[in-house]
Design a protein around this ligand. Structure first.
Ligand SMILES: [Zn+2]
Length: 210
């Protein structure tokens, strides 16, 4: 019975598109959608925050903020987490990390945080420009969810690799279990030229082949 429900859920995921997919929130499990399209490998990871952090709320202490930044830094080095064959000569092109519970600035790479400032002079008076130009300094606490409410939250991450030798793209080793000890099961949907594959990866068996 449970198997039937899961299959139905997977079908719904595929028709609604991977970026909008939302699997059930189950601590210890996460969902991975992999698309191998020619020389491009696109990976979407959706996981309860609890697999990556000891909490599922906005960080309230310096230690928690640091934990979020460390978690993000690990994922941004995605070439160490999603190991593609060396012969495929893949390069990590893009990493996007999002969570409704976490401040975006903690998930962003430090060197990409600064807003682009191309104009040194502006016709607008400096005072007005100054006020209009800093909405990011508004108090986030006003909009934060009630911290006393025990809510669950997910992390949505996406990764894009470009590979020089697409012919060698036949497998991928997923190292996420080493980075996230709380993760026990990764439910994978993979789409490639050879068709659609489903797999369940664990800390003991974490290589995808297609
Ligand atoms: Zn949760």
């Amino acid at each position: 019975m449970k198997r039937t429900i899961l299959l139905a859920a997977c079908a719904a995921l595929l028709t609604s598109g991977p970026t909008l997919a939302h699997g059930p929130h189950e601590h210890g499990a996460a969902h991975l959608n992999v698309a191998v399209d020619g020389s491009t490998v696109t990976i979407d990871l959706e996981s309860p925050l609890a697999n990556a952090l000891p909490f599922e709320h906005s960080p309230s202490t310096p230690a928690q903020r640091k934990a979020v930044q460390n978690m993000a830094a690990t994922l941004r080095k995605a070439e160490n987490i999603f190991i593609l064959p060396a012969a495929a000569q893949c390069r990590l092109k893009e990493v996007t990390l999002e969570s409704a519970a976490l401040p975006a600035e903690l998930l962003t790479a430090p060197h990409t945080q600064q807003p682009a400032k191309s104009e040194h002079n502006d016709h607008i008076a400096h005072g007005a420009d100054h006020v209009a130009g800093k909405p990011e300094h508004a108090d986030h606490a006003d909009h934060a969810p009630d911290a006393t409410e025990a809510a669950h939250a997910d992390l949505d991450a996406s990764f894009v690799f470009e590979c020089a030798n697409a012919d060698a793209l036949k497998s991928m080793d997923v190292n996420l279990f080493a980075a996230w000890p709380a993760l026990h099961e990764l439910r994978v949907q993979l789409v490639s030229l050879t068709g659609q594959h489903a797999a369940e990866l664990t800390a003991e068996a974490h290589t995808l082949k297609w």
